[in-house]
Design a protein around this ligand. Structure first.
Ligand SMILES: [Zn+2]
Length: 201
């Protein structure tokens, strides 16, 4: 649909002149706290490389990059002699400011992480071999961090669970369910909270 040129629309120009309002030039402002469409796309595919200082800690204990709630995982994995990584050596992905992330923030402030909104738990890692240049990028299915589940009391996850019970909850964990409980879009959540508050008045 082609819109009319309102600069040549007499009723509007007359009103504008009576108001003494000159024609302005509109420039879309870029905010450092808002994601662009390209960044949103990247979050949902390969993820975005970040340092932990760029990750916001939300009041509910979860993590955000700019205006989006995210999962975060360590970018690099060191492997011996180019072997395929053992599942037990793969890093977990984090959803909360758990004690593992708090420790990493103190000990390795410059370590690279990937922020992501993928729901299939397939995350892009860089597999690096000691003494060799270059790293292989590869998608691996990662598990959720148990400390994060404990921090969020996710589905009654408690530190007192047996190892087998904890592993069962980790295996059953769904990022789709998580992002339904903790929506990705933070502004949208605030808006729905405001609407709920209005409905209660
Ligand atoms: Zn964690």
């Amino acid at each position: 649909m082609k819109l009319p040129d309102y600069r040549r629309f007499d009723p509007l120009n007359g009103l504008r002149q009576r108001m003494g309002a000159p024609l302005g030039r509109f420039t879309a402002a870029k905010s450092p706290t808002l994601l662009t469409a390209a960044e949103l796309e990247q979050l949902s595919t390969t993820g975005i490389e970040v340092e932990l200082r760029q990750i916001r800690l939300l009041a509910d204990g979860t993590l955000a990059y700019k205006d989006c709630r995210v999962a975060v995982h360590q970018r690099d994995l060191l492997r011996a002699g180019g072997e395929a990584p053992q599942p037990t050596r793969l890093p977990a992905f984090h959803l909360a400011d758990c004690d593992v992330l708090q420790d990493a923030r103190l000990r390795h402030p410059d370590r690279s992480y990937i922020a992501s909104t993928r729901e299939d738990a397939l995350f892009v890692l860089r597999l690096c071999t000691r003494g060799e240049d270059g790293c292989e990028r590869r998608s691996e299915r990662l598990s959720v961090c148990q400390s994060c589940l404990g921090r969020l009391c996710w589905q009654e996850f408690e530190r007192s669970l047996s190892q087998m019970e904890a592993r069962e909850l980790v295996a059953a964990f769904s990022l789709t369910t998580f992002f339904k409980a903790y929506p990705k879009a933070l502004a949208r959540q605030l808006w729905s909270d405001a609407k709920r508050a209005g409905a209660d008045l």
